[in-house]
Design a protein around this ligand. Structure first.
Ligand code: SF4
Length: 350
């Protein structure tokens, strides 16, 4: 849920400034406030008059085109009002922010967590203060974000680190990655999710290159070698594979889950979604280990299914992409709510 468009955090790498998101004005300065967001949300959450009931699941209060806890939130309070509504309607909430302002809402977050679940995730490109000052000029420092994680953990709330974007040749070295993962472990994060940096042609790339030229001129050539103008702006896969290998090796060392662990979602999702999410996680984890996986395709096929998976428990192999191994895993999930194979892989025990 984007409650604001535009973001004065003004991260240099932010893809919210790419033309494809149609954010008007100067991205790091002009912020549109969705003043009717609450009214729309109240209508959307009202099940009366809806043909099919709302699917259970987390409501993600994040912001791809504007942090929901950026400074303008102090004035408008849209995020706080949203949390109050979600609390009233008993929805689980996942917050993704870079701001320490989220501490203001600890009362509401604790209240939601008493009946439903809450996850508070913070994004980092690394925990290096000097790099953050260049690339995240309007954001509380990494140290302040780490302290905020420790604060929420002390309040009994689950916290994650979104280690994204990892900035090529700057925060992707083994040393910087390891320090970041160690810092995250020290404050007790429940998981770390890693993602590379996209650079879409146009405003986003121009803005980023301008700063790169100023502070890291020697890296210009390397960047041109890995960003070849692909449609979604991602780096070439040789680079991404290398990054994910290093990340995986370090995460296995520190024994931190590389996806949101099942205890945080197993009671929240519908039966079908639980199976799909676990299969998708399995697919990611196996590929991270450089292995082949049938689970992504199976998850996709199951996402098209219109009936509860439990009604087909013994005909699962009639579904495209579901073989014998996948069938066994699905049967275990439906019967016990968990997959032991997945849990071991998530912990790096396999
Ligand atoms: S906080 Fe998020 S939305 Fe805001 S500028 Fe940074 S990356 Fe973009």
């Amino acid at each position: 849920m984007n409650l604001y468009r535009g973001c004065t955090h003004n991260c240099v790498y932010c893809d919210g400034r790419a033309e494809g998101y149609y954010v008007e004005g100067e991205f790091g300065r002009d912020v549109s406030v969705k003043v009717n967001a609450l009214e729309v949300l109240r209508r959307e959450l009202d099940s009366r008059g809806k043909r099919s009931p709302l699917q259970p699941g987390y409501v993600m209060v994040g912001g791809g085109v504007g942090d929901s806890y950026q400074p303008v939130e102090e004035k408008y309070g849209l995020t706080r009002k949203t949390l109050a509504l979600l609390s009233e309607k008993k929805f689980p909430v996942h917050i993704l922010t870079k701001s320490t302002l989220v501490k203001r809402d600890v009362d509401l977050l604790r209240k939601i967590n008493e009946t439903r679940k809450v996850i508070i995730s913070f994004s980092f490109s690394s925990t290096d203060e000097s790099i953050s000052r260049i690339f995240e000029p309007g954001v509380p420092s990494p140290q302040e974000r780490l302290e905020t994680i420790a604060f929420f953990k002390e309040n009994g709330l689950a916290c994650g680190m979104f280690l994204m974007p990892v900035i090529p040749f700057i925060t992707d070295t083994k040393e910087v990655l390891e320090k970041t993962i160690q810092d995250a472990k020290d404050v007790g994060v429940d998981f770390i999710i890693c993602g590379g940096m996209t650079l879409k042609e146009g405003k986003q790339k121009d803005y980023f290159f301008n700063i790169l030229q100023r502070y890291y001129q020697n890296l210009m050539l390397e960047y041109q070698m890995i960003y070849k103008g692909s449609q979604w702006g991602e780096a070439i896969h040789e680079y991404s594979d290398q990054l994910h290998q290093t990340f995986n090796m370090l995460m296995n060392l520190y024994k931190i889950p590389k996806r949101i662990p099942p205890e945080l979602f197993k009671d929240v999702l519908s039966e079908n979604d639980l199976v799909i999410v676990i299969l998708e996680h399995l697919d990611y984890l196996l590929k991270l280990e450089g292995k082949r996986s049938p689970f992504g395709y199976a998850a996709y096929s199951l996402s098209q299914l219109q009936v509860p998976i439990s009604t087909m428990l013994y005909q699962l192999q009639t579904i495209k992409g579901v073989g014998k191994t996948t069938e066994k895993i699905i049967q275990e999930i439906i019967k016990t709510g968990r997959s032991t194979y997945y849990e071991r892989l998530l912990k790096g025990d396999l």
